[in-house]
Structures are given as structure tokens and as C-alpha cells.
Design a protein around this ligand. Structure first.
Ligand code: B1M
Length: 211
């Protein structure tokens, strides 16, 4: 079994320590951080997601897999950043109010940092006014909203409205994403960009910062 498959398998079993060791081994063997992330950690998490959908695994298994993923990802973070191209720009990121899912949001953050962006993480359950207030206070150019629930994606529209009310709509770009979010939804609520995954979100943020 390749080391990337081993990472994926151990992640699915929630073996955080083993995942951490294997990720370190893969780094030592000279595998690129992006490959370890995509073919090891992300591939394992996507298997868990599918099994969760089919009720083959339940919340506790998902949580331990998520913990293993985060432990492996911590080791990759500085390497992704090292490989990244420096780009001027500050990004605010958070998962919207009512939503506690943060694995995808953390990945987006990590990929953005890997591109040399400064990312300020507001965490989960972030109120629309918090996105806007902190964007003003920190002078950031992009607000990134993540939502994983159909019941919380509507909060993104409130973020757009709050930015308009605060008079910063022309100064700040609003990016949205997360499993239930679509291009047409983003257009409908007046967001600037929708991206389907962490890597394209990072590319998009760099492009917006350079524009
Ligand atoms: Co939740 N959950 N969950 N959950 N959970 C989903 C999302 C669900 C689809 C499962 C299902 O029913 N099949 C479902 C949502 C249904 C819906 O609304 N359509 C669901 C539900 C219902 C719930 C609860 C309500 C369950 C309950 O309590 N009854 C509850 C809600 C809690 C809350 O938030 N208030 C809940 C709780 C949880 C856990 C706490 C157990 C855990 C979260 C742990 C954590 O995040 N720390 C959890 C998990 C792990 C999942 C699944 C299994 C996996 C989500 C995940 O992390 N995926 C998920 C089922 C699934 O996806 N198959 C599910 C991996 C991650 C890398 O993908 O976040 O999509 P994702 O991010 C991607 C892209 O979407 C994109 O980039 C990432 C990678 O490339 N992306 C962006 C994300 N944000 C972006 C922002 C961008 C751009 C791209 O720009 C700004």
C-alpha cells in the first residue's frame, strides 16, 4: 500500500497519531505537501463523508476522522505556505452563523495561506455583522463565507446586505462556498464569487487581490 493510501485508511479509522506520523514520513520522503493533502487526507475524508451519508458510519467516527485530518493538516500548513507565491491581501474567513462545520473552511484557509495570503479566521457560527465589522477594522479586501447546511446558507445574503449598509460593498469582495452553495445561489444573493473547493477558492482570492 502506498503511503498516501495508508494516510487515507488511517484517517478513516480515526487514528490521529498514525496519520500524523505517516504525514511526517511522507514529508520526509519528499512528497509534495499538496499531494499529501489531496491524495491522503482529503481522499480519506471524502470516503468518510460518503459513508456518513449512507449511515455506514456515525457522528463519533466522523469526529475522530476530522480530528485525525486536522492533526495531519497542521504539519502540512507551513509547507503549503512555503511553496506559495506571495500575494498582497488580507482575507477574513468564517463559517456563517448557526453552522459549526469547519473542516472545509479550515482547508480553504490553509490553501489560501499556501498562496501567501494573510488569513484571519473568525471561526464558526459567525454573525453577518462580525464579518463586516472586522473587515472594516482590519482593512481586509475579501470576506469568505463557508456554509455546510441548507438552513444556514441564507446567512450569506445577510453578509452581503450588511456590507452594503456599512458602505464597504465596493471595497470588499465577498466569496462564498460550501457543499450546498452553488454558482446560481451566489449570483442570486449578490456575492462576488462562488468556488467549489479549497484550491479554487485560494486561486480566486489571489486573483481578486491582484486585480
Ligand atoms: Co454535518 N452535515 N451536521 N457534521 N456533516 C453534513 C454537511 C450533511 C450533508 C450530512 C448529511 O446529512 N448527509 C448534513 C447537511 C444537510 C444539509 O443541510 N443539506 C449535515 C447535518 C444535517 C448536520 C447536523 C444538523 C446533524 C445533526 O445534528 N442532526 C449537525 C449541524 C451542526 C451545526 O453546524 N449547527 C451536523 C454536525 C456535524 C459534526 C459536528 C458531527 C461534523 C462537523 C465537524 C467539523 O466540521 N468540525 C459534521 C460533518 C463532518 C459532516 C460531513 C460528514 C462532512 C463535512 C466535511 O467536513 N466534509 C457532511 C456530509 C458530507 O459532506 N458528505 C455533513 C469535508 C470537507 C473538506 O468538505 O466542508 O464541503 P466541505 O468543504 C469543501 C467544499 O465545500 C469547499 O472546500 C472544501 C474542500 O475543498 N468549501 C469552500 C467549503 N467552504 C468553502 C468556502 C469557500 C469556497 C469553498 O469560499 C469562501
Amino acid at each position: 500500500m502506498s503511503i498516501l493510501n495508508e494516510i487515507s485508511e488511517n484517517l478513516q479509522k480515526g487514528r490521529a497519531k498514525a496519520v500524523k506520523q505517516l504525514v511526517q514520513q511522507a514529508i520526509d520522503e519528499g512528497l509534495p505537501a499538496g499531494r499529501i493533502l489531496d491524495e491522503g487526507l482529503l481522499s480519506g475524508m471524502s470516503v468518510i463523508g460518503e459513508k456518513f451519508k449512507r449511515n455506514e458510519v456515525f457522528v463519533p467516527e466522523v469526529l475522530v476522522a476530522a480530528r485525525a485530518m486536522n492533526m495531519g493538516a497542521q504539519l502540512l500548513k507551513p509547507l503549503l505556505a512555503e511553496e506559495g507565491v506571495k500575494a498582497a491581501g488580507k482575507v477574513r474567513i468564517g463559517t456563517v452563523k448557526g453552522d459549526l462545520h469547519d473542516i472545509g473552511k479550515n482547508l480553504v484557509k490553509m490553501m489560501m495561506e499556501g498562496k501567501g495570503l494573510e488569513v484571519i479566521d473568525l471561526g464558526t457560527d459567525v454573525a453577518p455583522e462580525t464579518f463586516v465589522e472586522t473587515a472594516i477594522n482590519e482593512g481586509c479586501r475579501i470576506i469568505c463565507c463557508s456554509a455546510l447546511l441548507t438552513t444556514t446558507m441564507g446567512v450569506m445574503e445577510e453578509v452581503v446586505k450588511k456590507a452594503e449598509e456599512a458602505g464597504i460593498r465596493d471595497k470588499v469582495k465577498i466569496m462564498v462556498g460550501g457543499a450546498p452553495v452553488t454558482e446560481s445561489f451566489a449570483e442570486k444573493i449578490g456575492a462576488d464569487r462562488y468556488t467549489p473547493d479549497a484550491a479554487s477558492a485560494a486561486d480566486c482570492a489571489v486573483e481578486l487581490c491582484r486585480a
